[in-house]
Design a protein around this ligand. Sequence first.
Ligand SMILES: [Zn+2]
Length: 154
Amino acid sequence: MSFDRNLLPDPVAYYEAQGLKLTGPNRAKWKTTECRFHGGSDSMRINTQTGAFCCMAGCGARGGDVLAYEMATSGLEFIEAAKALGCWVENGKPQAITRPTTLSPRAALELLAIEVGVVLAAAAMARQGPLTPDNFDRLLTASARIQGVQREFA
Ligand SMILES: [Zn+2]
């Protein structure tokens, strides 16, 4: 049983699945969005590569990755938040798949949005050249999760 950082959702896909609009130049590593912790409309900076977030209005909201954001917004403990994001692995399989009954329809939709983002990102990368083994594994994981949701709700 362990947390697998490689299974964390893509930061952009994750934050967009939370309904946040990320603004800023296309190539910019840090994007701007609303801070839901204190209600600021454009004070939150999000790192699109690491998922780190930091409120520039000084409300104290900050963290190093999407897991920290998930914990801060949901109030879940580390392990529960990791399970919610599908990056808590037991017996070699992400928990969100092996225990689909824990998925509410809303959580399933969010999971789908995140994993579809992963698939699209992989498709974009594949146009530049062969996927690395890590990225290919992540693509397979996304595919398995999408099929898992389909099996549960079909
Ligand atoms: Zn704030």
